[in-house]
Design a protein around this ligand. Sequence first.
Ligand SMILES: [Zn+2]
Length: 170
Amino acid sequence: MYFNCDICGGQTEILLGQTYHYKESGLDNVYLENIEVRVCKQCNEKSPVIPRIMQVHKLMALAVALSDTPLIGAETRFLRTELGYKVKDWAKLLKISESTVVRWESSSQAIGAQSDALMRLCFIQTIQERDSHLFAESVIKRIAAIKEGQKPNIYINVSDPTSYRYFKAA
Ligand SMILES: [Zn+2]
């Protein structure tokens, strides 16, 4: 069995157990492990087959919310959209203007440290209330530990999207 390339219609080769740099997520530090990737033999286009994508995205957002470096615009956008909030809803919750949200997300305005912490807490609390599920991680410890520095890469094993790991190259 084979699949045709979405781009050129060519025949694809299926590679299993790959690590895929998941840039389509809008984040440039996320890698999906143990994933099936279809590679076009003709144009070399690579397309990942992401199982349980809802779970994978939720876990990515959690890993972003608990990461130890200040949030960048693309990350705050990911947190917001993962919650299903429109800019308007997010602005209302955070007690700021919609234009501030837009400027943060496009990286044209710096995100203050307090807004950073508030967004993480609002994200975590929303998920916890929706799912009636408390995260095992100590959210407060993670937020207390945020500091400037190298942003960690986030790795998620798609065959078991219940845990994530961070990795910083030495
Ligand atoms: Zn192709």
